[in-house]
Design a binder for this molecule. Structure first.
Ligand code: OOG
Ligand code: MG
Length: 264
């Protein structure tokens, strides 16, 4: 698919996303003004956002797959996965107090994160190759924060908005994916001590490693590869849960331990 937007429109839309992020203020989804925008346009804006970040000295640590489970697709009304980038400054420590005054309407997702030891590339990548290239997996939570009003968007808009990426927290126990069956692991999400949602990792495309394979395929279409030492989030297992100041989120994973964050 070829982009349709002119360079100056890509710049304009990148400015809009950046301003929404900086001011923690929601904006209308981008396709309201640019209805012809397609997925390639979305990725062109995302690339421009990433390049600006790198120019400012941010360090990219990896990538995220999104909308990789049915629960997420149903919640957002979108039936196709997408990818986004992860910068070092988006990371928070396990158990950290996460500020919400610089976020618009944060939601939390539980995910499995992969750390790669060899690079991955190409359109033919398989689950087995992803597992072979994986150093270890850790449990993680992602804090998403759509820059769009009402958390409502379509695929080109959310891709441009870096898949709503805002913060992420890795925790628990690092495990070798060859020692456990990640596909069947269960996870329970608690908010303020009460279970709010639960699921099995198989919800993510049958197996979270398949979401990493999908991510590598999308990177291939964008002319990129996944370098060794990448941190990759494979996508929310359950629907995302809204949080506000005072909330404590704890995600407990079978075999992987738990990961938590407080919101202030
Ligand atoms: C898009 C991001 C989805 C996931 O894990 O599915 C995502 C959104 O729902 O705002 O990060
Ligand atoms: Mg996510």
């Amino acid at each position: 698919m070829k982009p349709t937007l002119r360079h100056e429109d890509i710049v304009l839309l990148t400015d809009r996303i950046e301003a929404a992020q900086r001011g923690a203020t929601a904006i209308p989804k981008l396709t309201d003004d640019f209805p012809a925008m397609n997925l390639a346009d979305g990725y062109a804006v995302q690339l421009s956002l990433r390049q600006r970040g790198l120019e400012k000295g941010m360090r990219q640590v990896g990538w995220k797959a999104g909308l990789t489970s049915r629960a997420k697709m149903l919640q957002m009304g979108i039936d196709k996965p997408s990818i986004g980038f992860l910068m070092a400054d988006m990371a928070r420590q396990d158990g950290a107090a996460i500020r919400t005054d610089d976020l618009i309407h944060p939601r939390v997702e539980c995910e499995v994160a992969f750390i790669t030891r060899t690079s991955l590339a190409g359109a033919q990548i398989t689950r087995e190759e992803v597992l072979e290239a994986t150093d270890f997996v850790v449990p993680a939570i992602e804090i998403i924060d759509s820059r769009f009003s009402g958390f409502k968007f379509d695929l080109p808009s959310v891709i441009a908005d870096n898949g709503s990426g805002a913060r992420y927290v890795a925790g628990g126990r690092a495990r070798d994916p060859r020692d456990i069956d990640i596909g069947t692991l269960g996870v329970v999400m608690e908010k303020n001590g009460e279970i709010v949602t639960m699921g099995a990792c198989a919800a993510v495309m049958g197996h979270p490693a398949d979401a990493v394979a999908l991510l590598v395929k999308v990177l291939h279409e964008l002319g990129e590869t996944l370098p060794e030492g990448s941190f990759v989030m494979s996508g929310g297992i359950t629907e995302a849960v809204a949080v506000k100041p005072g909330d404590l989120i704890m995600a407990r994973y079978q075999e992987l331990g738990s990961v938590s964050a407080r919101f202030i």
